[in-house]
Design a protein around this ligand. Structure first.
Ligand code: MG
Ligand code: MG
Length: 252
């Protein structure tokens, strides 16, 4: 599939989709505390999405059974919400969420601390988030796609963390996952030349220990091979001739 460059009209719709998703994320963040089940987070997130006249794009995507991916501690991504999975003090929880507004998708992820989390894990969360911002500094018209990948790798590697390679970021628009794929680790090639009007979901997934991951028997939940925690941070961005516009984040 060709990489799409969005028209001004499409960009406006994607801005609206992004704004609504940021709202959902901010509301979900407020409910994170020990004692809450991952199922409750999913139900609340779905309600917020539908209240705004949007559709959750993860629900039934390739058969995924929920609207929000809720991944706890060693779960990297695609955690399935469950009534008996209760957040406890010291956990971290990654919420990956997306929605469709008038045919256009947005996609963003945040990792939250539950109660008091160790300094080591807080640092992992902070570096993961910052690596997104380091990566998107390269996302400008005329630059090459893999400059983003290399910038993320350059920032994360000195910390000794494992950068997940099995899952990557992606283009986004009238579909949740469009070309191109966007790795978060160093690439030998330059990749595609970026153009203003491309919309991309950049999403570093960073592990405290090994970069290796495996899939649980549910065939969805991705976990770290060594059982150490993992953090995830994602926004949908618009490439411009200057700094990129973060569509799923107003203030940064
Ligand atoms: Mg996502
Ligand atoms: Mg994504």
């Amino acid at each position: 599939m060709a990489v799409t460059v969005k028209s001004a009209r499409e960009i406006d719709l994607m801005r609206e989709a992004g704004k609504r998703l940021e709202y959902v994320h901010n509301k979900m963040a407020d409910m994170i505390r020990p004692g809450v089940s991952t199922w409750e987070i999913d139900k609340y997130g779905e309600k917020l999405i539908r209240e705004q006249g949007c559709t959750p794009n993860f629900l039934n995507y390739n058969g995924f059974p929920a609207s929000i991916c809720v991944s706890v501690n060693e779960e990297v991504v695609h955690g399935i919400p469950k009534k008996d999975r209760i957040l406890k003090d010291g956990d971290i929880v990654s919420l990956d969420c997306g929605l469709i507004y008038k045919g256009y998708h947005s996609d963003a992820a945040r990792t939250h601390a539950v109660g008091k989390v160790s300094d080591e894990v807080l640092k992992l969360m902070e570096v993961t988030k910052q690596s997104f911002f380091e990566g998107i500094k390269k996302a400008t018209d005329g630059a090459y796609l893999f400059e983003i990948s290399n910038a993320i790798d350059d920032f994360v590697t000195p910390y000794g963390y494992g950068i997940v390679e099995a899952l990557v970021g992606h283009g986004i628009g009238t579909r949740l996952h469009e070309d191109p794929q966007i790795p978060n680790f160093r690439q030998r090639r330059k990749g595609l030349k970026l153009r203003a009007g491309m919309t991309l979901a950049i999403e570093p997934m960073i592990n405290l220990g090994t970069y290796e991951v495996e899939w649980l028997d549910d065939d969805w939940t991705v976990v770290t091979e060594d059982g150490k925690p993992s953090a995830h941070y994602e926004n949908t961005i618009l490439v411009t001739t200057g700094e990129p516009e973060i569509l799923t984040l107003d203030r940064w």
